[in-house]
Design a protein around this ligand. Structure first.
Ligand SMILES: Cc1cc2nc3c(=O)[nH]c(=O)nc-3n(C[C@H](O)[C@H](O)[C@H](O)COP(=O)(O)O)c2cc1C
Length: 443
């Protein structure tokens, strides 16, 4: 199985200074021409899929420096991702289209319907990234005073995923003959009403869409707590994971894969993609210079606000040039990402200022930097060393970062036999080496 390469399709890349760089796109907010170009670059590079993270709120109004400058993960001016991917489906042919949708502030019927539609529109290239919502403020847009507590979010997410899959199985694959001669549009004996009744949802079904071409659009999830990993092992085809070092990634990889047997699944039924920002230049110095130039575009106040956001703590309360606080070992943070940052800072003895600078390019988690050989070497090491099955690649500057990655690194990975030279499959599932779930009528 070749390495999986996903393109993190955030219009502002992954570095806080990105949009100000001379090579970055002008006016990246809600810009369809840019999105089309990015999709075409990734597809020309034979990458597996485009991935869009998402949320349902404008963040950081309480952090004035960061709010005005924005960071790539804030997304104050973006497209709704399934709407965008539906448009991109019409200008691409092979690449997978994966959008993030929350189980906390949406309904399973809506989600099943949206992704079934995207799968039909794209001819079997859709994927759903299940998240439980990282930003507490999103709750305020959904008739609530505060974020749903984590245990409830995960309980709801598990039931949500069951219902969505059940709805995708509403019809047999051949339930719609649409036969003009006999007058039979559909087979009444090939429909199944779900009649789900659970603690969080009551959903009768069936879904008003034929079974998706992939059976089930590819399921992603992202969450690194115990419950998050269990949910992935139970329901997901792919996990978007973030670790800052190979040993940590290997531990997480073994941990998640080790949970699959409990749910009657084989280790290969779930693929783990490690988030990474790739700084590649023709030479190592060129990559280094780009990273330095981007860091210099971020004033300290913006950088520390960004660290506060990632840690879920007001980091302006701590002295800039003293070591990162260890929060008395009690730190939990809003997502597993904060803990991962803290681990690196404590291990390397970084100050608050150094930590804030260190994470600027890190929205996608980790960073590989160098010339094409150096970058391919470390990717190979992670992949062969069972740190991951592939990568969620973010570009430091868009679109040049992705264009450079496809021009400089992908050919090197191909030369080593690590990555495809042509799309093998017709659907995203086939390209990822994932089985198609049979319909319930033939099971
Ligand atoms: C790598 C990664 C990416 C994530 N992407 C999103 C996202 O795009 N939108 C979102 O609302 N939450 C996102 N989350 C948040 C998770 O869905 C989850 O709510 C959060 O991580 C808390 O769960 P955990 O403790 O299991 O990590 C992401 C989490 C991780 C680890």
């Amino acid at each position: 199985m070749p390495m999986i390469l996903a393109a993190n399709a955030n219009a502002q890349g992954s570095h806080v200074g990105e949009w100000r760089h001379p090579d970055a796109w002008d006016k990246p907010a809600a810009n369809i021409a840019n999105a089309v170009r990015l999709a075409q670059i990734a597809e020309a590079g034979k990458m597996d899929l485009l991935f869009l993270a998402d949320g349902n709120g404008v963040r950081n109004l309480d952090k004035p420096d960061l709010f005005a400058a924005t960071s790539p993960s804030d997304r104050p001016g973006v497209f709704e991702p399934v709407t965008l991917l539906s448009a991109l489906a019409m200008v691409t042919r092979h690449i997978g289209l994966v959008a993030t949708t929350t189980t906390t502030y949406d309904e399973p019927f809506h989600v099943a319907r949206r992704f079934a539609s995207l799968d039909h529109i794209s001819g079997g290239r859709a994927g759903w990234n299940l998240v439980t919502t990282s930003n507490p403020g999103d709750a305020l847009n959904f008739s609530r005073e505060e974020h749903v507590a984590r245990p409830t979010r995960y309980e709801r997410a598990n039931e949500f995923a069951e219902v969505v899959k059940g709805l995708w199985d509403s019809w047999a694959d051949d339930a719609f003959p649409q036969d003009k001669a006999s007058g039979r549009f559909l087979h009444p004996d090939k429909v199944h009403a779900l009649n789900h009744k659970g603690p969080h949802f009551q959903v009768a079904g069936p879904l008003n869409a034929p079974r998706p071409p992939q059976g089930h659009p590819v399921g992603f999830s992202a969450g690194q707590s115990e419950t998050g990993k269990d949910l992935a092992a139970r329901h997901s085809d792919c996990v978007f994971a973030i670790e800052g070092s190979l040993p940590a990634a290997q531990t997480l990889y073994a941990d998640i894969k080790g949970r699959l047997a409990k749910y009657g699944r084989a280790p290969d039924d779930l693929k783990i993609l490690s988030g990474v920002t790739i700084f590649v230049g023709e030479t190592a110095q060129e990559a280094e210079d780009l990273a330095g130039a981007l860091d210099d575009l971020v004033p300290v106040a913006v950088g520390v606000d960004y660290l506060s956001k990632m840690m879920g703590q007001d980091m302006k309360r701590y002295p800039l040039d003293e070591p990162m606080p260890d929060f008395d070992g009690r730190y939990a943070g809003p997502t597993g990402i904060g803990q991962a940052i803290l681990n690196v800072a404590l291990e390397q003895g970084l100050t608050v200022r150094q930590t804030s600078r260190r994470i600027l390019p890190q929205m996608a988690g980790n960073m590989f930097k160098g010339d094409p050989i150096q970058v391919a070497d470390v990717m190979e090491q992670w992949y062969r060393g069972q740190g991951c099955d592939g990568f969620m690649v973010a570009a430091p500057v868009v679109p040049t970062g992705l264009e450079r990655f496809t021009r400089l690194v992908i050919p090197e990975l191909q030369r080593r036999g690590l990555f495809r030279t042509e799309y093998e499959g017709r659907t995203l599932r086939e390209n990822l080496g994932l089985k198609r779930p049979p319909d319930r009528f033939s099971r």
